[in-house]
Design a protein around this ligand. Structure first.
Ligand code: PLP
Length: 351
């Protein structure tokens, strides 16, 4: 092997869900929001000053951090924004997880955590979920270099209440605890309310799912100002301008239009609850989801076979070829019409 090849940083990358671009497809594979972004964004787009693109954007992203601070009732020094929550989380791993002790996250969770841990050479342990895919909080009551919990968890969809999260915080006051709340808006209660009480808590959220802006790439973290300062120090050591001018301008109306936001959330939650009933009638079982997806398995037909049959019909869901979950499908919640078509397709496949 050529010596330069020996020095390459080798990593098994995260594999995102596919982004097919077919005319007549139902895309339920990446937990995108089926509804358009807030109407205020169209206005912002029309009024956008293109001359601004000549200039570097505000490195502090203050338009967006101010707007988020106001919405979540925290100081702007407690808010950090990034290029999707993936960017925020990657930065947080790099910033906070520098111990020789392993960081802890569940064996079944957002698979990017393991990729970042490998990329940054952070030691880690993955305590197992129980047989019902629930997190055993006691697994996190030991010495560690940090804790990462997705709440609700992905891809299971299971939400744990704030008492559960607080127990984990109480037992981990000497390490940074990241709570990834990518799906919190779909019915859960945010741990943001704990950031005053626990200065080692970093709550991470995204505009990609509940705010219909996966294509814009905006994520954010809320925590104690010392955590946010540390994140910014790493950011400025890496790329000062993560947030482009367009994201800054379009992100603000996405926060401000709260009525539209709540309306679309309600529609997705209603559709999710209806889909749960339909899936149950077809014999599927699934953990109770508080997200915009359902993680379902069928007692007779293998998940991979259903996945393939749906694909034939241009209906895309997500299948993970990983042990323990390879007989499950993660089904994102689309519009009512999309879910009706999806259920009809399932009926054809199952009979
Ligand atoms: C989707 C998702 C993210 C990343 O979302 P971004 O689009 O990068 O903001 C992070 N964590 C979990 C659990 C997710 O499902």
């Amino acid at each position: 092997m050529k010596s330069w090849k020996e020095n390459i940083r080798r990593i098994d990358p995260y594999v995102p869900g596919e982004q097919p671009d077919l005319e007549d497809m139902i895309k339920l594979n990446t937990n995108e929001n089926p509804y358009p972004p807030a109407p205020g964004i169209i206005k912002a787009m029309k009024e956008f000053d293109f001359d601004k693109l000549r200039l570097y954007p505000d490195p502090t992203a203050s338009m967006l951090t101010d707007s988020l601070a106001k919405y979540y009732h925290v100081d702007k020094e407690q808010v950090f924004v990034g290029v999707g929550s993936d960017d925020v989380l990657a930065m947080a791993f790099l910033t906070f997880f520098n111990s020789k002790k392993p960081i802890l996250f569940p064996d079944i969770t957002y698979s990017f955590y393991e990729v970042w841990a490998n990329l940054y050479k952070i030691p880690y342990e993955r305590p197992q979920l129980d047989d019902n895919f629930k997190i055993n909080k006691e697994d996190y009551y030991k010495k560690n270099g940090g804790v990462v919990i997705a709440n609700p968890n992905a891809p299971t969809g299971i939400y744990e209440n704030l008492e559960f999260i607080e127990e984990i915080l109480l037992h981990n006051q000497n390490s940074v605890v990241i709570v990834d709340e990518a799906y919190i808006d779909f019915g859960g209660e945010s741990a943001v309310r704990f950031v005053e009480k626990y200065e080692n808590l970093l709550v991470v959220q995204t505009f990609s799912k509940s705010r219909s802006m996966a294509g814009m790439r905006i994520g954010f973290a809320i925590g104690h100002k010392d955590l946010i300062k540390a994140l910014n120090d790493v950011k400025y050591s890496y790329n000062s301008y993560t947030m482009n001018q367009v994201s800054l301008c379009f992100g603000v109306p996405a926060i401000e239009d709260d009525i539209y936001f709540k309306e679309t959330l309600k529609r997705i939650i209603d559709t999710r609850e209806r889909t749960k009933v339909e899936l149950k009638n077809l014999g599927f079982s699934f953990p109770d989801s508080m997200t915009n997806f359902i993680f379902a398995t069928h007692p007779q037909i293998k998940a991979i076979d259903i996945f393939r049959a749906l694909r034939e019909k241009n209906i895309f869901v997500r299948h993970f070829n990983l042990s323990k979950i390879d007989n499950y499908l993660r089904i994102s919640i689309g519009t009512d019409e999309e879910m009706d078509k999806f259920i009809s397709a399932l009926k054809e496949i199952l009979c």
